[in-house]
Design a protein around this ligand. Structure first.
Ligand SMILES: *Cc1c(COP(=O)(O)O)cnc(C)c1O
Length: 498
């Protein structure tokens, strides 16, 4: 339905905004209240959504009701429900009421916070909230902005590691890289378990994939081997950065940061610690062991409140022990940005801490989350996920037909049916077929990984909506579907050996 226009542009009036805004809030509240009733994983085929939408933009404006109607009719079927209690795939991207509202206020203000002067509160609230978070997680005081270091909100962990790499390159090259470009074959060190964003960061920064050196891991724990790192660094004249991971994406393996840090210090190499998923769990004192070595050795450290800390995507926090190399690597001052506050050196300009110039006011949602939950509320959320994941793992471990990958210290459990009597390749294919069946059912959503050469199902507990009963149902489904994929002959063979 098109609207009659009497003016050149028909802006939404404050009264119209109020009316539609209330409808939208009601819609989101209803959605979250009923999210459990949808199939977790979208069941559409490639092109379905596009085909249901008009090929060209409307010539005349339409009422907002038309948008809401298409949201129900076209968009929702193409949504995979990340806030569903049985969404157990990847890592969570959990959301919460205060985060949604904080983000909405940020949209309402429409601030572009590239410089302090473009909205002082955008910068100063961010500085305060990342300092708060450093305190909540037990990170060292030198990460605070009133020391040599500082924290900054980035869009993603991928950006955080790229920015850390640029600072590391600046330091490794004694400032030359900023002036002359990549003048030497600089390298970065990762393990086979490091997130793929590190390799991409090396490619983006101009080191090439050949500048990425892969350090061995312990075959059981999948944690990086510091002795092998030491040996590789001894042969390398131009190492720029080592990335240690606390909570790998595949299995939440934890690299030995104290030992890796000691090696980095001896070789004078920048240590970045990627704790994208696991870092926020250090809000719980009993999980502070996750921070081992960070205070002593990390040059940079990042974690994602947008994964497990109830803050809507996107919100990654990157901290630096010394912000100098980062600012030297990234700052610029074109004429159109000159202003008195920056010139006086009395303010933080976060555009010098990131790749883009412009930036959203993301601190509002993190601030809203921390104030709404308080430290105790955040701890309760993490603890409940860890406890549920532990319980789930115990059910799997008690079933002789299944195997659990150990250790599983946080919210992620990796498992596989044993598929007695099958060759490894055949068994892996069966595990993948099982996953396809489970996901196609719409009742749950899992992803997979490969560890120790075998395919494992990954089940990541992280949604605030997930309760014990959901996991009980999920476990029942996994057992039933696995049994359906087991030929009768081997089923009786398996039961004979029990
Ligand atoms: C998820 C993850 C990333 C990437 O996070 P984005 O914020 O999506 O870029 C990086 N490292 C680890 C260990 C992760 O688990």
């Amino acid at each position: 339905m098109s609207r009659e226009f009497t003016m050149a542009a028909q802006h939404m009036s404050p009264e119209e905004f109020r009316r539609h805004g209330k409808q939208v809030i009601d819609w989101i509240a209803d959605y979250l209240a009923s999210v459990e009733s949808y199939p977790v994983m979208s069941q559409v085929k490639p092109g379905d959504i596009r085909a249901a939408l008009p090929a060209a933009a409307p010539e005349d404006g339409e009422g907002f009701e038309a948008v809401m109607a298409d949201l129900e009719r076209v968009i929702l079927p193409g949504i995979t429900h990340w806030q569903h209690p049985a969404f157990l795939a990847y890592f969570p991207a959990n959301a919460s009421g205060p985060a949604i509202l904080g983000d909405l206020i940020s949209s309402g203000l429409g601030v572009q916070g590239m410089l302090w002067v473009t909205s002082p509160a955008c910068t100063e609230l961010e500085t305060m909230v990342v300092d708060w978070l450093a305190g909540l997680l037990g990170l060292p005081p030198h990460f605070r902005t009133d020391g040599r270091g500082g924290g900054v909100i980035q869009d993603s962990a991928s950006s955080a590691c790229l920015v850390a790499l640029l600072a590391a390159l600046h330091r490794a090259g004694g400032g030359r890289v900023t002036r002359e470009g990549i003048d030497r074959p600089y390298t970065i060190y990762v393990s086979s378990q490091t997130h793929s964003s590190l390799e991409r960061a090396a490619r983006i920064a101009g080191l090439g994939a050949s500048g990425v050196r892969v350090v061995d891991v312990d075959p059981r724990t999948l944690a990086m081997d510091p002795a092998h790192l030491d040996a590789l660094l001894s042969e390398d004249p131009h190492p720029a950065m080592v990335c240690a991971t606390v909570g790998t994406t595949s299995t939440t393996a934890v690299d030995p940061v104290p030992a890796i840090g000691e090696v980095c210090r001896r070789h004078g190499v920048w240590l970045h610690v990627d704790a994208a998923y696991a870092g926020v769990a250090a809000v719980c004192p009993e999980l502070r062991w996750l921070n081992a070595g960070v205070t002593e050795y990390a040059d940079s450290y990042s974690t994602n409140p947008h994964k497990w800390l109830l803050t809507n995507f996107d919100c990654t926090v990157l901290w630096l022990a010394d912000r100098g190399p980062l600012l030297e690597a990234l700052s610029s001052m074109p004429e159109f940005l000159r202003n008195a506050a920056t010139a006086a050196g009395s303010v933080v300009d976060y555009r010098d801490w990131q790749i883009p110039l412009g930036r959203r006011f993301r601190a509002l949602k993190l601030w809203a989350v921390i104030r709404w939950y308080g430290a105790e509320g955040l701890r309760a959320h993490i603890r409940s996920c860890v406890a549920l994941a532990g319980e789930f793992a115990s059910w799997v471990a008690a079933d002789p037909g299944f195997e659990v990958h150990e250790p599983h210290p946080l919210g992620l459990v990796c498992l596989r049916p044993r598929w007695e009597g099958r060759e490894p390749e055949e068994a892996d294919a069966a595990t993948l077929a099982l996953m396809e069946r489970l996901n196609a059912s719409g009742d749950l959503y899992l992803t997979h990984t490969k560890a120790g050469g075998r395919v494992l199902l990954r089940l990541a507990v992280g949604s605030p909506a997930t309760e014990r009963r959901h996991l009980e149902q999920v476990w029942e489904r996994i057992r039933t579907e696995a049994a359906a994929l087991t030929p009768r002959s081997s089923r009786s063979a398996a039961s004979r050996t029990e």
